[in-house]
Design a protein around this ligand. Structure first.
Ligand code: ZN
Length: 281
């Protein structure tokens, strides 16, 4: 299933994408939780599927509504740095021996088609296509072989980054956490629909030019390894997001640099998970 938040910012409703339409879940079954996060917390995916199958839900053209991020405020976003070999090389960094983790404020989350706003105190804002893993159930000390059981599904993310701020400070939190710096969606694709998250084509285009073009089979630490590893450090909760890192081709390490500017069109795509389309303001 493709679970989606739709409607006005901070007043989103929850639905399921069926073809070009969204089934409004509240109209299908009023007893269902009213957010994707609530559905995960209540382990209600089977009831959601039954609600869609009942045929009772109102159907809305997906193109007629604003989409929000599937999880509008995750309790945490754990990002992984330097997790593609080619990206580590372009930054002249040694390959990490363990996942390099950093945090991004969950208030940075925006919908899949919302605008990214450049902050006044950065002159070097950059893009990063990333596979986002969404946790489905409380995960602590998860053995590697059970890691998939704790994943609800996957989505596309753009880990927008203020590089001048990031590199000026030893901590990356500020440079990664400006409001609007985490376009996320367009929906949560449940785990059963993705046979292997470690073989997905990932791509980022800026104003029609492809700047990142890779595959999650280039991840240094793959999806189950990350879930297991992170769960041994911090308890993961339903709706928490692991942003698995970006491949080569980011703007700041290009010669000349490519930095985001007002009016830019960003298109961020992962096969099977959909596309984010964000304008820069
Ligand atoms: Zn990143």
């Amino acid at each position: 299933m493709k679970l989606v938040s739709f409607g006005e910012y901070e007043k989103e409703r929850v639905g399921v994408v069926v073809g070009d339409e969204i089934v409004d879940l509240a109209s299908a079954d009023a007893s269902l939780p009213t957010t994707v996060l609530g559905i995960l917390e209540a382990h209600a995916l089977p009831a959601v599927a039954a609600g869609v199958d009942s045929g009772k839900g109102c159907r809305i053209a997906a193109s007629s509504v604003r989409l929000g991020a599937p999880i509008t405020r995750p309790s945490k976003i754990v990002c992984v740095g330097l997790n593609y070999r080619d990206h580590a090389e372009e930054t002249n960094s040694p390959l990490p021996e363990n996942p390099l983790l950093f945090s991004k404020a969950s208030s940075a989350v925006i919908g899949p088609n919302d605008d990214v706003v450049l902050p006044a105190d950065s002159q070097e804002v950059d893009y990063e296509v990333e596979l986002a893993v969404v946790i489905g159930r409380r995960a602590k000390d998860v053995p590697l072989e059970l890691a998939y059981d704790f994943i609800a599904g996957y989505a596309v993310a753009n880990d927008v980054s203020a590089r001048d701020v990031q590199f000026r400070q030893k901590q990356w939190h500020q440079g990664k956490s400006y409001d609007t710096f985490f376009p996320f969606g367009p929906y949560l694709v449940t785990r059963d629909e993705i046979a292997d998250p470690n073989t997905l084509h990932v791509q980022f285009d800026l104003n029609g030019r492809t700047l990142q073009n890779s595959n999650t089979d280039n991840l240094i630490f793959n999806v189950p390894t990350l879930v297991s590893h992170i769960s041994r450090i911090m308890t993961l909760y339903p709706g928490d997001v692991i942003s698995t890192g970006t491949p080569a081709g980011v703007g700041v390490f290009r010669n000349p640099k490519i930095l985001l500017k007002p009016g830019d069109d960003m298109v961020t795509t992962i096969d099977g998970l959909g596309t984010l389309r964000n304008r820069v303001k």
